[in-house]
Ligand binder design. Structure first.
Ligand SMILES: Nc1ncnc2c1ncn2[C@@H]1O[C@H](COP(=O)(O)OP(=O)(O)OP(=O)(O)O)[C@@H](O)[C@H]1O
Ligand SMILES: [Mg+2]
Length: 415
């Protein structure tokens, strides 16, 4: 029996392959076991590329269309719509389908055989506070998986999967808060883990509570962009009459999955008419250059790099030299914390809410297991840990624990 378990992440995806009773991660790109959830429709060479390759081709200046944060589409209104890709209408669902199919092919190449059985991870909430749309998002993802040739997939919550990975190393029963802080969502699950529980398939009884909020790494990118990058393009500036420059366009330019919309001809015309709002037209010129030359993702990427560079302390410079020679904006950890403070407070509250939901006290939590790329932010780890005075903090593999744990779950389901 051969099966796959896919962690389809907002920023990064990973696949675990089960074969002959054992699980391993599939090498997805240049021998690495994670693939950035990015797709590039290369118009010049009429082909589709994925992951780091997609971003490299886009940055090398090939004409085409780059898309990232594909998972964010699932919970949005866009998912039933079509978008123009290199002049042709393409349903958003098919774009996710291309990506899943690529993962399927990589897994099949590693397995040497066709794979139909699938476990998919899912966030605790695709959509906050809207169970119907949340259900829709899961159903849509299942449909897309079937369209690319899998059987009906089974879903497992991402933080539960991360917990299964951690459980493999535990010596005694422990009450664990799993904190999975990724690109799109921050998910918390309070789970009972231990050697004697490991063999159970249905672990719902050991999941005491789960909470999640749609706030994570891509929101930090957005907040940092609004604070550090967008002012360089005119956000917060005033016109000759003292009226502020309209901010909407900057919010979109700072939001990964909305950047592409700004390049439509109608949007460009609209942006051009904003000129009169600027006392200093240089800022408007920078904005128009970004839109005309389609540098939005490049800015977002530079902001993300700056975020990662200061996540554990220190300072860096946001390099916007591609806009104007020598344009460097200093960024420090303190600025990052200030930009993301409100989001961090909500994330820490969501962690606490899991314990409250279970009717337990914070001091009963014995361990916090951190996974997901955004747990690289030391301030955020500290903000969460501060609520749980008795808990040991454990850092898991930020990018692969979910896929590994999904593999463990799939192994129990399909074995
Ligand atoms: N060292 C780091 N410090 C802070 N953030 C980081 C670091 N490395 C990566 N990130 C951020 O982590 C996020 C990606 O994390 P991860 O791969 O766990 O998310 P994901 O699984 O794709 O998303 P989700 O689970 O929310 O769907 C990105 O926003 C990225 O910028
Ligand atoms: Mg994840």
């Amino acid at each position: 029996m051969t099966y796959a378990a896919i962690d389809f992440g907002t920023s990064n995806s990973a696949v675990s392959l089960g074969q002959q009773g054992s699980q391993r991660l599939v090498p997805l790109e240049q021998g690495r076991d994670t693939l950035p959830t990015a797709i590039f429709f290369n118009a010049e060479e009429a082909r589709i590329s994925y992951g780091r390759q997609a971003m490299a081709e886009y940055q090398a200046g090939y004409a085409g269309r780059l898309m990232r944060s594909l998972k964010s589409l699932l919970g949005s209104e866009l998912i039933n719509e079509t978008t123009l890709v290199n002049g042709r209408p393409l349903p958003y669902r098919d774009i996710i389908g291309h990506f899943l199919n690529h993962l399927k092919q990589q897994a099949e190449a590693a397995a040497g055989t066709e794979i139909r059985q699938l476990v998919l991870g899912r966030p605790v909430h695709f959509v906050d506070d809207d169970p119907e749309r949340d259900r829709q998002a899961e159903a849509t993802l299942a449909e897309i998986a079937r369209d690319v040739g899998f059987d009906q997939p089974s879903f497992q919550f991402e933080p539960i999967a991360a917990a299964l990975d951690y459980e493999a190393q535990l010596q005694r029963e422990t009450l664990v808060l799993v904190a999975d802080i990724g690109g799109g969502t921050s998910d918390f699950s309070l789970v009972r883990l231990g050697p004697s529980l490991r063999s159970r398939i249905d672990r719902s009884g050991d999941v005491l509570a789960s909470t999640g909020v749609h706030l994570a790494g891509t929101d930090f990118d957005q907040q940092l962009s609004l604070r550090a990058a967008m002012p360089q393009l005119g956000l917060g500036h005033h016109g000759k009459t003292g009226k502020p420059v309209p901010a909407q366009i900057y919010f979109e330019l700072a939001t990964w999955h909305k950047i592409n919309f700004l390049y439509a001809p109608r949007e460009l015309v609209q942006a051009d008419t904003l000129r009169t709002f600027y006392a200093d037209e240089r800022y408007h010129q920078r904005l128009m250059k970004v839109l005309r030359e389609r540098e939005g993702h490049r800015i977002a990427g530079a902001v993300e790099d700056a975020k990662v560079a200061v996540a554990a302390g220190g300072e860096t410079a946001l390099d916007l030299g591609f806009l104007e020679a020598g344009l460097l904006v200093p960024v420090s950890e303190a600025q990052l914390i200030a930009a993301t403070a409100a989001a961090q407070v909500r994330i820490a509250e969501t962690a606490l809410a899991a314990v409250q939901q279970a009717g337990l006290r914070p001091d009963q939590v014995q361990a916090i297991y951190f996974t997901g790329g955004s747990t690289g932010l030391r301030g955020l780890r500290q903000a969460i840990a501060a609520s749980f005075p008795q808990a040991e903090t454990v850092q898991g593999d930020p990018f692969a624990s979910v896929a590994r744990g999904l593999g463990v779950h799939a192994g129990k389901l399909f074995a």
